[in-house]
Write a protein that binds this ligand. Structure first.
Ligand SMILES: [Zn+2]
Length: 62
């Protein structure tokens, strides 16, 4: 089954997985550990960790 990725997802570089427990990384360059999602089994990053890191990077780049 093919995953639907829309333009906005591609642009932001990530997509929250189907069950909402993890984050798919759509672009290389995120320095974060991946693990199989507890709910859907996809390889995802921890959502809390990812957004914490992303917020920090955002602030630094502005
Ligand atoms: Zn999941």
């Amino acid at each position: 089954m093919e995953k639907k990725v829309n333009d906005q997802d591609k642009e932001q570089g990530y997509k929250v997985c189907e069950c909402g427990h993890g984050v798919h990384l759509l672009q290389a360059g995120f320095d974060i550990d991946l693990h199989p999602c507890e709910q859907c089994g996809e390889h995802v990053a921890d959502k809390d960790e990812f957004f914490r890191m992303n917020d920090g990077a955002d602030i630094l780049s502005k």
